[in-house]
Structure formats: C-alpha cells, structure tokens
Design a binder for this molecule. Structure first.
Ligand SMILES: [Fe+2]
Length: 276
C-alpha cells in the first residue's frame, strides 16, 4: 500500500515534516485525515512548510481531524490569535507560553491537538519547541517508573504565573488562589496503552510529598524531558502550519520579543480523553 503521506523525521525523539502535502491535499484528499492522525501518534509533531492556508481553510482542515474548540462571540470562533499585542485581551496569559506547558492542563479534558499557522512573522523571532512526554516516561528506569507510578500532582494557575510575576501583588495572589486547582496522576495511561508524564508549568506540587521535595522531583523530570537532544524546534516562515499531539507533548515559545508583531493563528482539536 502506498502511504498517504511521506514524512521526514526531524529529530530522533520527536517530530516529522510532511514532504508531499500541499494546500489542496490538506483540504480535499480523502486519505489525508487518517494518515495525519496516524502520523501524529507516531511523531508527535507534524510540520507542513508554507502550505499557506487562510483562516477559513485552517478551520476547514481542522474539522477534518475532529471536533474543534470554539469561543463564541469571536469573529471566527474556532480561531485563536496568538499575539502579545497589547490590544489582545489574552496577551497577559500568553506570557506564560515561554514555559514548557500542556494546553488545557487545567481543563477536565485537555485538547487533543493544536494546529498552529504563521500569520505574521518578524525575522528570527519566536521559535516553537516541542518535547515528548511519552519519551519522558519511556526514558525512566524501571525503578523510577515504579516510584512515580501512583503519584498525583496538583496543577494550578498560580504555578504558571509565579515565574512570570515573581513579586505578585496581594490582589494578584488573591485572584490566582481563587481559581480552581486540578489534580492529575503524574503518569497518564492513555487508552492506546501508551504512558506519558503530565508535567509543565501548571504542575504545582506532589500530593502527600513535602512541598520542596515534590517540586524538585517535578523540576528534575521536566529538565530531563526537555534536554536539548529531546527537543524539536520550529522556526516559522509565514504560511507554515504545525500540528502537535497535545496529549503527549510539552511545548513553549522561545526567543520571542514580546514587542514584535508576530502572530500565530491556532485551531484546537477538542480532547476525547481525560487524564487518568
Ligand atoms: Fe500553548
């Protein structure tokens, strides 16, 4: 059987580039959605260089992969503009994007996949990095796997924002602490049978472990998961599109000048699986 898409690996641990997919195939090839979802499971991140979709086409393509997350009241509810433009009401929140994170880690069901498209790029500004949390689990020794098997972690907004605002005002602290926290297992056993670690900026402390000891463990695991040889980085050209498996990857923006006009546009494929 001829594969519906040809992929070129971008690093040993994670990421691949589709070499024979253009805008027309993304929108119309009946074989493509299944092939892309399979490749996403295998590679974690898929890069489609300069395919040049517009907003409506990105949404149409996203719908081919699954149900999309929409924000009612926005001009195109399925499109989120990722920009630090002061006019963007989410700009403050996106500052946390410089830390490794899973999107929707505070949600009941985190999104399945993100589709990012470069809309405005200033030269050399703001690459996006990805690291596999499946690989992070697989890298543990058998003894470590046993040690972490039953650990549970509390995730909070405060954990994400504290590094961004190291000296919060009492009002900021009160606001953060008024938000619900969420407890997840450290090891996520997916329906597929694969296991990944649930780590990143929202991970606050380990249940039942002394606070500093738990934080040290989480920091150690994160540092190992995101060692440079475990990371794939995408430097953007306008028209590029990248899809990542949000259930098995961490991501972050790097080297981003917050005053630049960089703007990515994201379409989000809704989650299907709770973390357990
Ligand atoms: Fe994100």
């Amino acid at each position: 059987m001829v594969a519906a898409i040809s992929m070129k690996k971008l690093s040993p641990a994670v990421g691949a580039e589709a070499v024979d997919v253009d805008r027309h195939r993304l929108l119309h090839d009946p074989e493509l959605p299944g092939a892309i979802l399979g490749a996403l499971e295998d590679h974690g991140v898929l890069v489609f260089r300069e395919v040049g979709l517009d907003d409506d086409e990105e949404v149409a393509f996203g719908r081919r992969l699954g149900d999309l997350v929409g924000r009612p009241g926005h001009p195109i509810p399925e499109i989120t503009a990722i920009t630090q433009d002061a006019a963007n009401p989410l700009a403050d929140y996106f500052r946390g994007n410089m830390q490794w994170h899973i999107d929707g880690a505070m949600d009941d069901i985190p999104c399945k996949a993100g589709i990012l498209r470069a809309h405005v790029i200033t030269s050399g500004d703001g690459g996006t990095e990805f690291a596999s949390t499946y690989a992070a689990y697989d890298d543990l020794s058998d003894e470590e796997k046993e040690q972490v098997a039953d650990l549970r972690v509390v995730h909070s907004l405060e954990a994400t924002l504290r590094p961004v605002y190291p000296d919060p005002t009492p009002a900021q602290l009160a606001d953060w602490r008024s938000r619900p926290t969420r407890e997840h297992p450290l090891v996520w056993e997916h329906r597929s049978g694969r296991k990944s670690l649930v780590l990143g900026a929202t991970a606050d402390h380990v249940v039942g472990m002394e606070e500093q000891e738990g934080r040290k463990l989480l920091a150690d695991l994160l540092a190992r998961a995101t060692r440079s040889e475990r990371v794939v980085r995408h430097d953007w050209t306008v028209g590029d599109m990248v899809i990542w498996d949000n259930t098995g990857l961490l991501h972050r923006v790097t080297d981003h000048d917050p005053t630049s006009t960089r703007e990515l546009r994201r379409v989000t494929v809704a989650g299907e699986e709770t973390i357990r």
